[in-house]
Write a protein that binds this ligand. Structure first.
Ligand SMILES: Cc1cc2nc3c(=O)[nH]c(=O)nc-3n(C[C@H](O)[C@H](O)[C@H](O)COP(=O)(O)OP(=O)(O)OC[C@H]3O[C@@H](n4cnc5c(N)ncnc54)[C@H](O)[C@@H]3O)c2cc1C
Length: 443
């Protein structure tokens, strides 16, 4: 795959994210003959669900997409490349220009259309001991195992909410770990209701059966991880009052998903949509955002699984390539998976007790070491940033911003100019004139 060699590059269609949505968008648009560039910050395409690695055998569908992609000479895939901010567009460009960076260099990528397929990340909520080595996100542990982390014979407790917990338990068990407990915060009645609805999506029902785990407990949530230098045990609340303490080598906690909207917000896209509690990128029936030339698809618009991401991605790819009828033809399929997303969302109601897990000295912002007690008195996100540096570290609020939204109801502000810390060389050669003139961005 040839890399662009100058500080500027141009394509017809720029797709950000090589998960199911991004791959489907590229394949839908490819027959139009448009020059397509897909950018993803991971070393391999596949996104979250099809994350590749030494310990992975990709499912048939993922392999099909990989092979299909390789057959189109007008698709260029840039792995290990991330969008770090805005670039200077040319007057003839129909979409905003983006600043890209890989291991070697930075450049401005210009295009006529952009499809944002930036996916979602886990919601991590702070609780005492969550910064101990051995405590990770649930999807985080899944990614580590796929990357080759050795967990054989280790005792693992998985806690939080949603179907991802059982998927992680399955991969950990397959890797030789003992899953001591899967603690789901939602009650059995909610889980039973979800299971009963799955008959509408037979493939999902069949998959759920393969994931059933005898260590699953409902109405159970984490209270604290304990250990000296490394997690050694975890305390769980069962029901309203009971507690259990389990010895373990790892704790993996995920409390659902947060859509990755920061790039869309940087471009000026509005938020909305029912499948993300209004926190995803808002799109119309052709996956257009409110910014001309910018489309969005997949979990950055809301949650509904990889099937919804694939359909939305294909619709966005068709629409961005001007094939509106092909996009419209997919609407019934989208409706089917949107219904699944609605069922999913309604089935895992959040227990308010999850807002009270952190103690005053529990770190909420891990980049800047800001404890819960320092934030509780603040009035909102900007107030907290100004007084405590919360959200001003390396992750730029991706973790603590989502947590404070959940804990305090704060709305984080859209990023300006830059999405992530970037190399000075990238900024000096490629940053837009307006950003250079206004000096370095604030955190
Ligand atoms: C941690 C985690 C684990 C999951 N595991 C499962 C599972 O086991 N089973 C399941 O059914 N569902 C799982 N899901 C849900 C899953 O995300 C979706 O079903 C599906 O992968 C969504 O596809 P997508 O294309 O919308 O996004 P994703 O698959 O998330 O792909 C988005 C891609 O965009 C890239 N990206 C984002 N921002 C940038 C940027 N600025 N620059 C460059 N690249 C960028 C990301 O790195 C990612 O590769 C998981 C979700 C998460 C968060």
């Amino acid at each position: 795959m040839t890399q662009p060699s100058t500080a500027h590059d141009h394509c017809d269609l720029l797709i950000i994210g090589a998960g199911p949505a991004g791959l489907a968008a590229a394949l839908a648009a490819a027959p139009s003959g448009a020059s397509i560039t897909i950018v993803d910050d991971n070393p391999q395409p596949g996104g979250q669900i099809w994350r590749d690695g030494p310990a992975v055998v990709l499912p048939d569908l993922a392999q099909h997409y990989h092979k299909a992609l390789a057959q189109h000479t007008n698709i260029r895939l840039l792995n290990g490349t991330r969008v770090v901010g805005l670039g200077d567009p040319l007057p003839q460009d129909k979409a905003p220009a983006l600043l890209l960076e890989d291991a070697d260099r930075g450049w401005t990528q210009r295009s006529h259309r952009i499809v944002l397929c930036t996916g979602a990340r886990e919601l991590l909520l702070p609780f005492p001991g969550w910064t101990l080595p051995g405590v990770t996100g649930a999807g985080g542990l899944q990614a580590l195992i796929k990357a080759g982390l050795e967990v054989r014979s280790q005792r693992i407790v998985i806690a939080g909410t949603g179907p991802l917990l059982l998927a992680v338990a399955a991969i950990a068990t397959k890797a030789g770990a003992t899953v001591v407990r899967v603690a789901e915060q939602a009650p059995w009645s909610a889980l039973a209701g979800f299971a009963a609805q799955l008959v509408r999506w037979p493939a999902k029902a069949a998959q759920a059966l393969t994931l059933l785990n005898p260590s699953l407990r409902a109405s159970t949530h984490v209270l604290a991880a304990q250990g000296t230098g490394q997690v050694q045990s975890v305390r769980l609340r069962k029901g309203l009052q009971a507690e259990e303490t389990l010895d373990c080598d790892r704790v993996a906690c995920g409390f659902g998903l947060v859509p990755n909207t920061e790039l869309g917000q940087l471009l000026g896209c509005a938020l909305g949509g029912p499948l993300s509690g209004g926190q995803g990128l808002a799109v119309d029936a052709q996956m257009r955002t409110c910014v001309p030339g910018v489309y969005a698809a997949g979990e950055c618009t809301g949650f509904g699984g990889s099937e919804r991401a694939l359909v939305q991605g294909a619709m966005a790819g068709h629409a961005a390539a001007g094939q509106v009828q092909q996009a419209e033809a997919l609407r019934p399929q989208l409706a089917r998976w949107e219904a699944f997303g609605q069922t999913l969302q309604a089935s895992f109601p959040f227990n308010d007790a999850l807002k009270t897990l952190a103690a005053p000295d529990t770190l909420v912002c891990r980049c800047e070491d800001v404890p819960y007690g320092a934030l509780a008195a603040r009035q909102g996100w900007i107030d907290a940033k100004l007084h405590t540096r919360c959200g001003m570290g390396a992750c730029q609020g991706r973790i603590c911003g989502a947590a404070t939204r959940h804990l305090f109801g704060w709305q984080t502000s859209a990023p300006r100019h830059l999405l992530t810390p970037a190399r000075i060389g990238t900024l000096t050669t490629c940053a837009p004139v307006s950003a250079k003139a206004s000096g370095p961005p604030s955190g």
